[in-house]
Design a protein around this ligand. Structure first.
Ligand code: NAD
Length: 502
């Protein structure tokens, strides 16, 4: 309890400035009030008001887009080593304020401290990784033809919009903003309305690290106001979006008139397939981690367990015992494994599935209940006896809720795994190498882990297929999105030019 009290006291110190002056928009290095007034950020822990937040819309986006356009030329042309040095200083700034970021994120989103303290540091890693790529990011190829020497170069596309969700918002923002800045783009960031605090810390840290005014601008507000205006703005060349699949479709429509380039990282209903020859103890740990960590509010969560019928009973029995022992509690308590869900709206959505599961004929084998009435707490939940046609198997619940479905054969496992609109991740547990090769070859997902939970390696491509997204992040894939390719062809001799009108 003492640790929790200390953390609460530290958090109170960090929140004092937000309580006093709220969260302003940050445009061209200046605090700017929202053109539509303010909205309130609410903590899911006890439903208390954290602070006022600037409510931005089209006017604010216009101002920010013009600031990003103004700052673009100088940022693009700054020597790569200087840009690299600034990105490294941003990483150092994040590390220096990691505790502040983690505590504010926990209070704003309900995520447990044990995960958010790591997420803050992963934000710094994102900046360090892309800082290391800055120098060669624009390098191209030379492609010789019989008559021409072709030289390719890459140039940053221009000011870009970054629209982020409320789940691990700080880490996800850095995941988009760091490569954009490394490429030489300037950014207008529209953070999720449910989690504005750490986006404010990020722009502050970046400016303190020497990022010139206007290179990163933050406009708060709702999707249909600020978000939509960002997609529609003619000076914004591309939108990097992370959020729900149906919002991804809106982003595409809204950007059509200005021919926006979009990168969409969307929802998932990811399968974890456990075959009876797997290391079942490790599989159990991974199954639990990948749905109950980060409140299950995680795009890559394995929310469908496909377990082979021969081991189902034993595996589910162990699962139930472990799920019932998961600690739900105050997010700042380092012992807590699951904190409250982010908003009332999301809490209502997740808890509705407790009834839907029963209506559809599944068994609520663990959880399925809410806790207290102060905040948005639920018990981690397991549905068993489900079929893949049920809504609990088809729809993204995005909470600590796992649906278990049994299968008999490899073919059936694959059929169930692929029978969903989504295709973000897949997890396969088997000790049969040839089976692993066959199954991963046919599994419809952008990323697959065999005998492992999701372990992110930054140079690898991250993204989904089907309704889970379009485009890839990571390594050079990020630069492909934030840059334009240019080909320049030089004649190497006096090749014959077709002559007309001679
Ligand atoms: P959301 O789509 O509701 O909101 C995401 C962001 O989009 C917010 O900033 C919101 O204000 C904005 N937005 C909403 N409507 C908009 C519009 N019409 N135009 C422009 N912007 C608009 O998503 P959420 O509920 O905040 O986040 C959870 C979702 O994000 C889940 O579906 C999850 O799977 C997904 N997600 C995907 C990944 C991935 O990498 N694939 C990662 C994290 C989260």
């Amino acid at each position: 309890m003492r640790v929790l009290d200390e953390k609460l006291k530290t958090l109170d110190g960090y929140l004092a400035r937000f309580r006093e002056s709220g969260v302003a928009n940050r445009i061209a290095g200046q605090d700017v009030a929202g053109s539509q007034g303010v909205f309130q950020s609410i903590s899911p822990v006890d439903r208390s008001v954290i602070c006022d937040v600037a409510l931005g819309a089209a006017d604010d986006i216009d101002r920010a887009a013009l600031a990003a356009l103004d700052a673009f030329g100088a940022w693009r042309d700054m020597p790569a080593l200087e840009r690299k040095a600034i990105l490294i200083r941003i990483a150092e700034g994040i590390e220096a304020r990691a505790e502040e970021i983690a505590l504010c994120e926990c209070w704003d989103t309900g995520q447990a401290y044990r995960f958010m303290s790591k997420a803050a540091l992963r934000g710094a890693e994102n900046f360090r990784y892309f800082a290391d790529q800055v120098v060669q990011a624009r390098d191209g190829q030379h492609l010789k033809s019989p008559t021409l020497m072709n030289v390719t170069t890459r140039t940053p596309i221009g000011p870009v919009g970054v629209i982020t969700p409320w789940n691990t918002p700080f880490m996800l923002s850095t995941w988009k903003i760091a490569p954009a800045l490394a490429a030489g783009c300037t950014v207008v960031h529209k953070p999720a309305e449910a989690s504005p605090l750490t986006a404010r810390l990020l722009v502050e840290i970046a400016e303190e690290a020497g990022l010139p005014p206007g290179v990163l601008n933050t406009v708060n507000g709702f999707g249909e106001g600020a978000g939509r205006a960002l997609c529609e703005h003619p000076k914004i060349k591309a939108i990097a979006f992370v959020g729900e699949s149906r919002t991804g479709s809106l982003i595409t429509k809204q950007g059509a008139d200005t021919l926006k380039r979009n990168h969409l990282e969307l929802g998932g209903k990811n399968p974890v397939i456990v075959f009876d020859d797997a290391d079942l103890e490790r599989a159990l740990d991974a199954v639990i981690f990948m749905i109950y960590s980060i409140n299950g509010e995680r795009c890559t969560s394995s929310s469908r367990l496909l377990v082979q019928e021969s081991i189902r009973e034993e595996f589910e029995a162990k699962l139930i015992a472990r799920v019932n022992a998961i600690k739900v509690g105050h997010p700042l308590d380092p012992a807590t494994e699951i904190g409250p869900l982010v908003t009332k709206e999301h809490f209502d959505k997740v808890t509705r599935y407790f009834d839907i599961a029963r209506e559809d004929g599944a068994t609520v084998a663990a959880g399925g209940v809410t806790l207290g009435d102060e905040g948005y707490f639920v018990r981690p939940t397991l549905f068993t006896g489900a079929s893949n046609q049920m809504r609990i198997a088809q729809e993204e619940i995005f909470g600590p809720v796992l649906t278990s479905i049994s299968f008999r054969t490899e073919e059936e496992a694959l059929q169930i795994a692929n029978d969903t609109p989504y295709g973000l991740t897949g997890y396969v547990w088997t000790n049969d190498l040839t089976r692993a090769l066959r199954v991963t070859d046919r599994l419809e997902a952008g990323m697959i882990w065999v005998n492992s939970e999701n372990v992110r390696h930054l140079p690898t491509p991250f993204g989904g297929v089907k309704a889970s997204g379009i485009g890839r992040d990571g390594g050079d894939w990020s630069f492909e999105f934030y840059m334009e390719q240019k080909n320049i062809a030089f004649a190497t001799g006096q090749h014959k030019i077709p002559r007309l009108g001679v």
